[in-house]
Ligand binder design. Sequence first.
Ligand SMILES: Cc1cc2nc3c(=O)[nH]c(=O)nc-3n(C[C@H](O)[C@H](O)[C@H](O)COP(=O)(O)OP(=O)(O)OC[C@H]3O[C@@H](n4cnc5c(N)ncnc54)[C@H](O)[C@@H]3O)c2cc1C
Length: 381
Amino acid sequence: MPAVDRFELAAESRELLSEAEAVGGDLANLAAKSPGRVNRELIAALAEAGLLDHLLPVDGQVSALDLCLLRQGVARQSAHAETALAMQGLGAYPIVLSGSDDLAQRWIPAVRNGQAIPAFALTEFAAGSDAGHLQLRAEPDGADGYRLTGEKAFISNAPDADFYTAFARSEPAEGRQGISCFLVEGDAPGLSGEALELVAPHPVGTLVFEDVAVPRSQMIGEPGRGFEVAMRTLDLFRPSVGAFAIGMAETARNLALNHARKREAFGRPILDFQAVSHQLADMSVEIEAAKMLVYRAASAHDRGDKAQLTSLAAAAKLYATEVAQRAVDGAVQILGARALVHDHPLAELYRQVRAPRIYEGTSEIQRNVIARELSAGRWPS
Ligand SMILES: Cc1cc2nc3c(=O)[nH]c(=O)nc-3n(C[C@H](O)[C@H](O)[C@H](O)COP(=O)(O)OP(=O)(O)OC[C@H]3O[C@@H](n4cnc5c(N)ncnc54)[C@H](O)[C@@H]3O)c2cc1C
């Protein structure tokens, strides 16, 4: 008889999820202190608690499943702490995946210790979904370097990051073929930026590159192959955006369930009304289905199944973020007016749950990816 997969997390994975949730709870107050800007104290505390060791293991073997469990667990308690944790990974993974040993030795231990703050700089005002048409220019500067000129927008951790894994057009080729990835230090002469304030506080901003010199040794991967570095990073990261969304959805559902048990209307707990209980039932089914998809995508990454990874990662991100939006909205409905008071946890979730449907590829772009993979015969059987 072949072994039957039980579709359940192993004990050590469940422990990691609980550990992440406990750390998220411990750090929630610290995380709420300066939510729209890089919070170095929070990042040092995430390192101190050991979570960044799981994010960036010393052996370099990044586990997508661990990344998902960390994000899901921390998100149950604090979206701000979750964002800080996730960005330590997103900005650093291009180096882990494709950087030279020198770059990895210089920067990865510092990111893991919470001493260096990275950022992933792909998007521009004129190139969001269509990132392959980005315009930041990297012009050769003698034999050993480049000069970068142009702008980036909506970059998490900008303008306060210690370094940026920045994508720039270095080759004459058109579109995604001509892009390279560079490590640009935050204090590089000619680099500046401004913070942007979003509806849900998130450290994010713009960058302006004015003739910024970058040595050739700070290129990540091959010249002209930077877009592949970005896409490989996103294949790893997209399921984990879904996991972040699931963590928020679980909290919203639990708040709604507890409230529905206690709140009475028309002489009985509102949980007795089928309109309320069925909404909680639907939420729970969707959250469970989203978890399956996220964990399946993560395990495709971890076993090196490149054929299925792109489609599963897109499906996981698409479905889990849409489920979380419905769950949070449904929970707000069940709590009624009190959920809309500014400092209520659900009001915060209502603001936070929106952005994941946009960043790292909008829901529409995920559908495009899935359709492309389907038509190429790469949908999992
Ligand atoms: C909180 C936050 C953090 C972010 N952090 C980062 C970061 O760290 N690094 C980074 O590089 N970027 C980051 N971004 C930027 C993010 O990745 C982009 O916003 C995203 O890729 C979408 O680009 P856009 O906003 O320019 O929308 P547009 O590309 O202008 O899209 C507008 C609308 O058109 C639709 N659309 C566009 N093309 C198609 C198509 N082919 N088919 C169907 N529909 C289409 C989109 O789905 C969307 O609904 C962040 C964004 C946010 C909100």
